[in-house]
Design a protein around this ligand. Structure first.
Ligand SMILES: Cc1cc2nc3c(=O)[nH]c(=O)nc-3n(C[C@H](O)[C@H](O)[C@H](O)COP(=O)(O)OP(=O)(O)OC[C@H]3O[C@@H](n4cnc5c(N)ncnc54)[C@H](O)[C@@H]3O)c2cc1C
Length: 415
């Protein structure tokens, strides 16, 4: 049976949708990708910090976070912020999050994040074999630094990573200075993830993958998907602002916006967003050689083609609130705390991390409709997990056997 006869609609052309599209096309499906915008224009897949972080399996739902949150909210240099008008809407999410902060649930998330993170880079390499990313992907590792204040939290992470088997190298002050001599010596210690990589321009990589998708026969429709209906044999009919399209299968990969469609097909998944920001300091990418994250202030800097990209903040405030100018100011101040000689910043960007309260993504079939699949909710790691999630989805659609335990990613965990 030729799979070319089977059609799949993929909704969302962020890194998740594009990678799903590519792996499905490789399997012989006829794939149409939908996005309301041009791919990579404004999405999280455009503005992220560009880390490919296979080590990052320790989730934010951890017992010590609950005691740290009040101090983080009060601190003007801290990473956490709230839009107070959104707090009442987010209470159910917060309650579920708190429930997930037990040691047991943290370890469950860490184990199953590790399962897919460990396969993330090889899955990308399968796609990168077909495009030239030699100028766009750097293999210089990623460095995290901190000072004494939060050493205890760091010890917890380091111990769990050791337990899980994620490779890490502890750094003393001198070793940090040797790797990144321009960073001011405000740190006490650090950790280096040698195998991590970074993108010099996430948008360009996304567009190269998207072009490959088109070259292989994929179609793209720049349309907003409004509803999904079903014919008598439960095949999806995707209705956009312009047209209706019938498919054999459809994938919802709309990042933080996925909930609008999952609600519409009657599945209540507690997806919300952690808003994050970036700014660029043009022509300053030479100041560091690799991404550096300063954990005390919860922000990072990545050398990119656009300049030095400074990224951070977890702001709970939903999808509709405007940009918070204070968060931009916070990033500027933090960058200047770490580096001398930075000019006026450019490009103030707000993006939406798609986050479930247990910090596992949703990858798998829908509860109610056998021909609908989901790939969303990858929170801080959706860039890293693009290719592996697409690969898993293509295997699920074709009902392939797998050695992976995929149950923990199922949306059924919320029913
Ligand atoms: C500040 C910040 C820094 C980050 N840094 C990193 C990092 O360093 N490493 C990492 O691994 N991850 C990082 N992330 C997370 C990562 O960027 C996201 O998890 C990932 O990009 C999500 O990809 P996605 O394809 O699911 O969603 P998106 O990139 O948001 O794409 C979803 C697409 O769906 C489209 N869409 C939505 N609704 C509809 C509709 N109804 N019809 C048609 N189209 C629709 C949107 O237009 C959009 O293009 C970061 C995120 C942020 C915000």
């Amino acid at each position: 049976m030729s799979l070319g006869k089977f059609s799949v609609g993929v909704i969302g052309a962020g890194i998740q949708g594009v990678c799903c599209g590519l792996f499905l096309i490789k399997k012989g499906f006829a794939v149409t990708l939908f996005d309301k915008d041009e791919p990579g224009d404004l999405s999280a897949s455009y503005g992220n910090a560009g880390h490919f972080s296979p080590y990052a399996s320790i989730p934010l739902n951890r017992p010590d976070i609950l005691t740290d949150v009040p101090a983080m909210l009060i601190s003007s240099t801290g990473p956490l912020a709230l839009k107070w008008n959104y707090v009442p809407k987010m209470i159910p999410w917060f309650l579920k999050f708190i429930k997930n902060c037990s040691t047991k649930n943290m370890m469950h998330t860490a184990k199953y994040m590790h399962q897919i993170l460990d396969l993330a880079l090889p899955a990308y390499d399968e796609l990168f074999e077909e495009i030239d990313v030699s100028e766009l992907v750097e293999k210089k590792g990623i460095m995290y630094i901190w000072n004494d204040q939060n050493l205890k939290s760091r010890e917890l992470e380091i111990n769990i990573r050791d337990k899980i088997g994620a490779e890490q190298q502890l750094l003393n002050k001198q070793e940090i200075h040797d790797l990144e001599p321009n960073i001011k010596k405000v740190y006490h210690a650090g950790v280096f993830y040698k195998k991590a990589r970074h993108a010099r321009n996430p948008k360009k990589i996304l567009l190269k993958l998207f072009d490959l998708f088109l070259k292989k026969g994929g179609k793209f429709e720049k349309q907003n998907v409004e509803t999904i209906n079903f014919d008598s044999s439960e095949k999806p009919i995707v209705k956009t602002n312009l047209n209706s399209y019938a498919f054999d299968k459809a994938i919802i990969a709309c990042g933080a916006f996925s909930k609008k469609l999952t609600d519409q097909i009657d599945e209540k998944i507690p997806l919300d967003t952690e808003r994050g920001y970036h700014i660029h300091f043009k022509d300053c990418d030479h100041l560091i050689s690799r991404p550096v994250v300063f954990l005390n202030r919860g922000f990072g800097m990545t050398p990119m083609e656009q300049g030095l990209r400074v990224v951070g903040t977890v702001e709970f405030g939903g999808l509709d609130n405007p940009i918070t100018k204070n968060r931009i100011k916070n990033l500027v101040n933090n960058a200047k705390f770490m580096l001398d000689g930075l000019p006026q910043h450019e490009d103030e960007w707000l993006g939406f991390r798609p986050t479930l309260p247990d910090y596992l993504p949703v990858i798998g079939p829908s509860k109610n409709y056998k021909n609908i699949f989901y790939s969303f909710g990858h929170h801080h790691l959706g860039w890293t997990l693009g290719a592996i999630s697409g690969k898993i989805i293509s295997g699920l659609v074709t009902k392939e056997n797998t050695n992976l335990d995929l149950k923990p990613y199922s949306s059924l965990r919320f029913s």
